[in-house]
Design a binder for this molecule. Sequence first.
Ligand SMILES: C[S@@+](CC[C@H](N)C(=O)[O-])C[C@H]1O[C@@H](n2cnc3c(N)ncnc32)[C@H](O)[C@@H]1O
Length: 376
Amino acid sequence: MTRLPETDFPNSDLTAPPCPHFEECGSCQLQHITEEKYRAWKEGQVRDLIASNGLAPKEWLPAVFVSKGTRRRATFTVKRDTEKITLGFNKYHSHEIVEISSCEILSPRLEKLIGILPTAMEGLVHKGTSLDVMVQEADNDLLDCVITGLDETGARQTGQIARLAEACDFARVSFRKDTFAVPVTQVRMVALKKTSGALNVEVPAGAFLQPSKEGEAALVGAVMSALSSRKLGKKDKIADLFSGCGTFAGHILERYSVHAVEGERQMAETLAEAAKGNARFSAEWRDLFKEPVSTRELRDYSAVVFDPPRAGAKEQCQKLSKSSVPLIIGVSCNPATFARDAKILTAGGYKFKTAQMVDQFTWSTHSEIVGVFEKE
Ligand SMILES: C[S@@+](CC[C@H](N)C(=O)[O-])C[C@H]1O[C@@H](n2cnc3c(N)ncnc32)[C@H](O)[C@@H]1O
């Protein structure tokens, strides 16, 4: 049973969940209510959380809801108990695996893998073990696959990896021992690229991409619209903190100058390579938890965009709150840490201008939020 107490609704709000794995699989908790109720509930949760933190944005912009069937990134667990290989997702807050035969939220390309991966992984997953298989779509729908739990690269493996890549149409397959290890590429058919506005970068194995193209477009749209509310030109420098592969930086670069900061070395290096010879673009590898951009460094920027992981950007917001950067745009996949960080900014004199919910985690209890802050 994955349904949460707070997601129990009166009969009038209920509908038949479209997925046969609902209530077992931990990915979706909200398929059992009508679309109208779902949207109202989800937006209400985010608004209530912001209000309960004593925050009051001047305006809530219309929420964006990303369609089902668009998720371009998934981590499947492929498991072998005895002879049989099964594929599934975790139960809600559990290590137990629920075998799945279909998934409503995945893109058609990823959903198709559910039927192919168990057989294709035959030689790689051993009895009594399980492997996490992360797959994501780069440009031109090319598939990147990172298998966690494997680091062998013997000759026997090589044939099996090639068969896996062929059966699943993977453009690249990498292994990593555990989630902390850097993936080591085993097979690469072609370079995996990601275009974001003016940037076209080679995506490192397992790099962060927004979970859906629609969600990415909504977040980029929100960031660019906030920036265009100010009179800024090509010489104005914008900081893109927690930049990933440059999802925002590439679009910012089309109109302004940009400095991207990213804590994962491979992504930062990819951006630094793209920045070579470009006077309006620079990139830096930096741990923003340990070494946030200082208030003094922040003097260089006309605006700052930050998009941290779920833990938020407390240390960076402490520096930002003391700065005189006129415009700050926060993007977050965790409204709770966002609220904490927003309180730091408002305590430092920033006005909370707009907030917007972007729902790219369809049917889950997770939401994304974009907040715009200004200081006169
Ligand atoms: C939610 S993602 C956003 C990435 C990017 N803005 C995008 O939209 O694709 C958060 C990013 O923060 C990076 N990150 C995590 N911890 C970090 C840290 N301590 N310092 C700097 N970057 C970090 C991650 O590697 C990841 O790329």
